[in-house]
Design a protein around this ligand. Structure first.
Ligand code: F0G
Length: 458
């Protein structure tokens, strides 16, 4: 008999989670104004809201916490992190920040001005938020295949070079301060970008004299997919692929809460000393002195260790296979999903799941609420609520894909949990015709509304 796959780690500490009844959940979600962000965590059984900061640190990361140096300046933890970042990414300069959006705020303050155009593959919501906050525009140049969930393209995070070149030709260089490549591309479904595409984007960017930055939250998962799907890299170690990816970037922002498996933290890394000097000023203003930037010494130590663990092949294989396992259960039960499965999450095509609901009734949010009531599983809407309103017309933006994201925290849940989630969503799928109405907004913020929006049943 072939031995089945098993994770190369075991559990040393557990945290109880609470089961609840359908009646309780109906009451709680109503009290939460039908916004899953408003639920208390003990009202949630399995939490798939995000893979951000929700991973389980290893014994080695926890022991690094004890070695943290909390000196304000020149801490050994800062140098440990600096060395790890340079070792893994190849960038000589780095600035610590409290999380990914802190890195965006600092870098964009140094690079983006009103009226600028920032092309890329579907920018993440905080990235787009920081661009639009500066009255600049994010232009999505993702390949068209990404928006058809039934096409099985291996690199749905790829940038369409024709779309990109059109933008680069249309606007003067002075108005395009950078191109942002998000690896993996969260908004298109945790989809990877191929090294071929990364190389071609860099070549085109060089032709037009524009720097390329990676939004690197899930760079290691991206490298794993390159190894598995891009023939030339099948025999290359993950860290070799990571190095090659970053070779084609001028810098990166990082939310360390994802692939570096820490609960909080972020950074900017780059090649250019003058840009580092300029960004340092904003780092000190917004985040903290350049040798800690919003992180404790112990957090920097855990992050340095996490960068190595997060780029370990055995870990990545277990991670991606767990996501695949859930995806396969759902697929076998006929549930419409983004294909192929994403790195950090399964993305359910809510419009195909509930085709009878009008788009004005927040279809993916409706599905997320139904799944929560059914099972206590909390997913997250990646659809019309998240897409927000057009900053100029103030009309709702209806994204090409209306998705429910089931995001898997790293090293946290078991295969039984995946089976439970699979059964829960299948139950909702079987009774989908009885879900007749969606929701309407009763209160919303002017930007990033999904975090605080209040809803009512139609
Ligand atoms: N970039 C990407 C691709 C992200 O997925 C995120 C966060 C950020 C930047 C911002 O980083 O949260 O540390 O400030 N994504 C989380 C998610 C929130 O649930 O996908 P942050």
């Amino acid at each position: 008999m072939n031995l089945p796959f098993a994770e190369s780690y075991k559990i040393k500490m557990v945290e109880p989670i609470r089961k609840s009844t359908i009646k309780e959940r109906e009451r709680w979600i109503k009290e939460a104004k039908y916004n899953l962000f408003n639920l208390h965590s003990d009202q949630v059984f399995i939490d798939l809201l995000t893979d951000s900061g929700t991973g389980a640190m290893s014994d080695r990361q926890w022991s690094e916490m004890m070695l943290g140096d909390e000196s304000y300046a020149g801490a050994s933890s800062y140098f440990k992190l600096k060395n790890a970042i340079t070792d893994i990414t190849g960038f000589p300069y780095f600035l610590p920040t409290h999380q990914g959006r802190g890195a965006e705020n600092v870098l964009f303050s140094a690079m983006i001005k009103e009226g600028d155009i920032i092309p890329g593959n579907s920018h993440f919501d905080t990235t787009k938020g920081h661009i639009e906050f500066r009255k600049a525009t994010a232009v999505d140049c993702t390949i068209a295949e990404a928006f058809d969930t039934n096409i099985d393209h291996p690199f749905k995070g790829d940038i369409d070079l024709e779309k990109l070149e059109k933008v680069l030709k249309e606007y003067p260089k002075e108005r395009i301060p950078l191109i942002i490549v998000t690896v993996t591309c969260n908004s298109s479904g945790g989809q990877p970008v191929s090294l071929k595409n990364i190389r071609e984007v860099k070549q085109m960017a060089e032709k037009y004299g524009i720097p390329v930055f990676f939004d690197s939250a899930r760079f290691a998962e991206n490298a794993y997919f390159i190894k598995m799907r891009e023939n030339a890299y099948a025999d290359k170690p993950i860290r070799h692929i990571v190095h090659e990816m970053f070779k084609y970037a001028d810098g990166m922002t990082m939310s360390s809460k994802k692939d570096a498996i820490v609960n909080m933290g972020g950074f900017i890394a780059l090649n250019d000393k003058p840009l580092f000097d300029k960004a340092s000023i904003y780092n000190i203003l917004f985040e903290g002195y350049i040798s800690y930037g919003g992180m404790s010494g112990r957090d920097m130590n855990a992050l340095a260790q996490g960068l190595y663990e997060g780029t370990d092949f055995d870990y990545l294989e277990a991670r991606i296979k767990q996501v695949e396992y859930l995806g396969q259960i759902l697929k076998d039960n006929g549930i419409p999903l983004q294909n192929p499965f994403g790195g950090h999450a399964i993305f359910v095509n809510a419009r195909e799941f509930l085709p009878h609901l009008p788009k004005e009734e927040f279809v993916a949010q409706t599905l997320a609420i139904e799944l929560y009531i059914e099972s206590g599983v909390r997913g997250v809407e990646i659809g019309t609520l998240l897409a927000d309103r057009d900053p100029e017309t103030r009309e709702n933006r209806y994204p090409e894909l209306e998705l429910l994201r089931l995001t898997i925290p790293r090293r946290v849940y078991s295969r039984n949990h995946m089976d439970y989630i699979g059964a829960a969503l299948t139950n909702v799928y079987k009774r989908r015709d009885q879900i007749k109405r969606g929701f309407k907004i009763v209160k919303e913020a002017p930007i990033l509304r999904h975090f605080t929006v209040e809803l009512e049943r139609r």
